[in-house]
Design a protein around this ligand. Structure first.
Ligand SMILES: NC(=O)c1ccc[n+]([C@@H]2O[C@H](COP(=O)([O-])OP(=O)(O)OC[C@H]3O[C@@H](n4cnc5c(N)ncnc54)[C@H](OP(=O)(O)O)[C@@H]3O)[C@@H](O)[C@H]2O)c1
Length: 386
């Protein structure tokens, strides 16, 4: 850790902005340390993390665009996923963390701290998505930064879906956006941790082998169809129900869950032919809403439409023909630990699309917002990692 002549100030570089009107820039920042028991430290409830790697998510640019006068013009740092090493431990956390601990996770505080920075002061109570990496987990810092937000999002979709029955071995599931980073973990978790019956994914033809390698049983190439309702209904009829399948008699073979990582409403008029009834414990779960976002222009407000509000309200009142749940990432410490177990056992693959240096952060942002990344876009903050 480079400390300067003034030991109460730690200088570091970060990718920052103040409001949506200020572009992202690599700036020099400082952290004020407090003197206690003869040495300089962070506040009692914080830890200081030297970030080695950070990962970008398309939503990072939504936060930038959402930074209007209402959220203030304080300095904000880009990024939510991180992996690094604990450099200082606040007095109240001395039993829980030690200097030198390898940690990774996702921050949940909005409009302030961020992870595309050489240092991060983190309050683990306010940001519970943190895990100490066990010494026997042999993942690089880039890999450690590549999973927290998206894997936790996938896990929440599989757990907090609003249906009356859990995801399990009798579930046929449809994942719209199987090649998205969230979709990649949905496929893998559904296969290894929930042992679902059948996984059908919607992806481009170029991602076909990739999603099948992760665990998809059938795929639909969305680039070949204006509307995916037809091909999805055909898969239900031809593949999930077998030759003798008839919707009315054997509704049990329809999907129990539709997980949407893209923002789609094509299936809504056909839902009766695609999804089991509510009584049988079915649900449609989305992390985007019902229309696809362009991360170069979309704002949070654009993601909400009247039709989305109507579908959600109808579902909440029990009036809609299907359960429709909007899910969010919301990491728990327990789940972070469970994920570590799956990595350790080699059951889950971590997929990285591309890696950039801190100086090249704008290339990383461009890549993340293309909607073409296959896996995480990583910013290797610390050079010469070991
Ligand atoms: N609610 C939440 O808390 C939450 C959390 C995380 C993410 N999200 C949102 O979830 C979405 C996915 O995020 P992500 O980070 O997983 O995305 P991502 O990894 O950036 O997605 C890129 C992938 O999207 C696929 N894709 C593009 N257009 C598609 C389409 N029309 N149909 C199916 N697949 C398509 C591409 O694969 P192909 O080769 O198949 O085209 C590409 O590889 C984003 O909108 C993000 O903001 C929400």
């Amino acid at each position: 850790m480079t400390e300067l002549a003034d030991p109460s100030k730690l200088l570091y570089k970060a990718v920052t902005y103040q409001t949506k009107a200020t572009p992202l820039a690599l700036t020099e920042e400082s952290i004020s340390l407090v003197k206690a028991n003869g040495s300089y430290n962070v506040s009692a409830d914080d830890i200081l993390i030297e970030i080695h790697s950070a990962a970008l998510n398309p939503v990072d640019m939504l936060w930038h665009r959402a930074s209007n006068w209402m959220v203030g013009s304080n300095q904000k740092t880009l990024g939510r996923d991180y992996a690094g090493v604990v450099a200082k431990v606040g007095a109240n956390l001395s039993g829980k963390y030690s200097v030198g601990d390898k940690v990774c996770g996702v921050i949940t505080e909005d409009f302030g701290i961020g992870t595309v920075a050489q240092y991060l002061v983190l309050n683990p109570t306010k940001n519970p998505g943190i895990v100490k990496v066990p010494t026997d987990v042999k993942l690089s810092f880039n890999e450690l930064a590549a999973w927290p937000l998206v894997l936790n999002t996938a896990y929440n979709m599989l757990e907090l879906h609003g249906a009356t029955k859990p995801v399990g071995s009798s579930s046929n599931i449809l994942i719209i956006g199987g090649a998205t980073a969230c979709g990649q973990y949905l496929i893998q978790l559904a296969k290894v941790a929930y042992k679902v019956k059948t996984i059908v994914t919607v992806n481009s033809g170029s991602a076909d082998d990739f999603v099948k390698l992760l665990g998809a049983d059938y795929t639909i190439d969305y680039t070949k169809h204006k509307n995916i309702a037809g091909p999805v209904a055909k898969i239900v009829q031809d593949e999930l129900g077998g030759e003798k399948f008839q919707f009315d008699e054997l509704g049990g073979e329809k999907f129990q869950f539709v997980f949407d990582c893209v923002g789609n409403s094509d299936l809504f008029p056909e839902m009766d032919n695609i999804l089991k009834s509510k009584k049988e414990g079915s649900a449609v779960v989305t992390i985007v809403g019902n229309k696809k976002a362009d991360y170069n222009t979309t704002t949070f407000m654009n993601t909400v439409s009247l039709s989305l509000i109507k579908t959600v309200v109808k579902s909440k009142l029990g009036l809609g023909s299907f359960t429709y749940t909007i899910s969010r990432s919301g990491p728990t410490a327990e789940w972070c630990k469970r994920a570590m177990g799956l990595f350790e056992e080699g059951k889950i693959k971590i997929i990285i699309d591309s890696t950039y240096s801190l100086e090249d952060f704008s290339k990383a942002v461009d890549r993340s917002t293309t909607n073409r990344a296959r896996g995480k876009v990583i910013i290797e903050v610390k050079k010469d990692q070991v």
